[in-house]
Design a protein around this ligand. Structure first.
Ligand code: DGY
Length: 327
């Protein structure tokens, strides 16, 4: 059987798939595949390892309904029409868990960078503006004992909360679809309403999935309710915040600053005004970009493909209700 990988990923995936007896083709050009190219490529393959958040919507899935399994090289599956995949009997797998620590590190890095205006001050040095020692300039704010509000306290949110407890003894509050008893027991986290999360947090870190319910959730009305010293961190999906509302909140001093690893659209345009603001820190969606995490993601994605092609349940299924096409 044949497997198609839509972008170059760590070699362990190829090794595992080839060792399992599959013929693997990889798209090696350094650009996004077009929709038609992806459909064409899938026509000659039994499984797709999809990298880079391709839109696997109804049109794509119906054109490729012969696929026996789709493995995503991501934990997020907001670009996949899971209901259609399920209806067509295509199991879809993702890569949760293995990237939680790296993504939480990114959120923590952004929080600290924003609190101390690190990206802005670095740019000042590059512009030749490190002139003399000014005791009342370049001041940041400290995080010790502050309140961390997590939106979406799952695996990544838990790791972020753990870091903030350990480093700064921050109080943890959270809002979720359902309570997280483990985090409550281990991190002394307190469940609050979304409104309380907005009004009580000194740092809000977003770790929820992009869904119709969370799309644009951080709009001007949400930023209005936040504290003037609040730091907004988003390492989940850019669609969860309204960029215009965020810029206005930053400009008017409604909040202290924002750290983003995700934007809408991605890539962010180089002339986006958010990049030049003194109170932002922006990274190019590198949450899981460590050697260790990317290798583990490649391994798990390959294991999802192998299980699907062998007619077994995927180790990490998005739609476990689909038994397996090949079973
Ligand atoms: C994910 O896994 O969903 C991350 O955003 C990396 O793409």
């Amino acid at each position: 059987m044949n497997v198609f990988i839509s972008r170059v990923i760590p070699g362990i995936a190829l090794e595992l798939l080839q060792d399992a007896g599959y013929r693997v083709t990889q798209f090696t050009e350094r650009r996004n595949m077009t929709r038609q190219e992806l459909i064409q490529a899938c026509k000659h393959n039994d499984a797709l390892l999809s990298v880079g958040h391709e839109h696997l919507d109804k049109e794509f899935l119906e054109a490729c309904s012969h696929l026996k399994v789709i493995a995503l090289f991501s934990v997020g599956f907001d670009k996949v029409d899971v209901a259609t995949a399920t209806r067509l009997g295509i199991p879809v797998g993702n890569t949760p868990g293995v990237l939680s620590a790296a993504t939480a590190d990114t959120a923590f890095l952004l929080m600290l960078a924003v609190s101390r205006k690190a990206f802005h001050l670095h740019k000042k040095i590059l512009r030749g503006q490190w002139n003399y020692y000014d005791p009342v300039a370049n001041l940041g704010i400290e995080l010790a004992g502050k309140t961390l509000g997590i939106l979406g306290l799952g695996k990544i949110g838990y790791e972020m909360a753990k870091r903030c407890r350990g480093a700064y003894d921050m109080k943890v509050i959270y809002h979720n679809r359902k309570p997280n008893p483990t985090a409550e027991a281990e991190l002394n986290a307190t469940y609050v309403s979304f409104e309380e999360l907005l009004s009580q947090s000194d740092v809000i870190s977003v770790h929820t999935a992009l869904t119709p319910d969370t799309k644009g959730l951080f709009n001007s009305s949400a930023f209005d309710k936040m504290r003037p010293n609040a730091i907004f961190i988003n390492t989940a999906r850019g669609g969860i915040h309204d960029e215009e509302a965020l810029r206005e909140a930053l400009e008017s001093g409604k909040i202290w600053g924002a750290g983003l690893d995700v934007t809408n659209p991605e890539p962010m345009a180089a002339d986006n005004p958010l990049l030049q603001m003194p109170n932002t820190a922006i990274l190019p969606h590198i949450g899981s970009a460590t050697v260790e995490s990317r290798e583990a993601m490649a391994r798990l994605a390959a294991e999802n493909i192998i299980a699907g092609l062998q007619g077994k349940p995927l180790p990490s299924p998005v739609n476990p209700e689909v038994i397996v096409k090949n079973g």
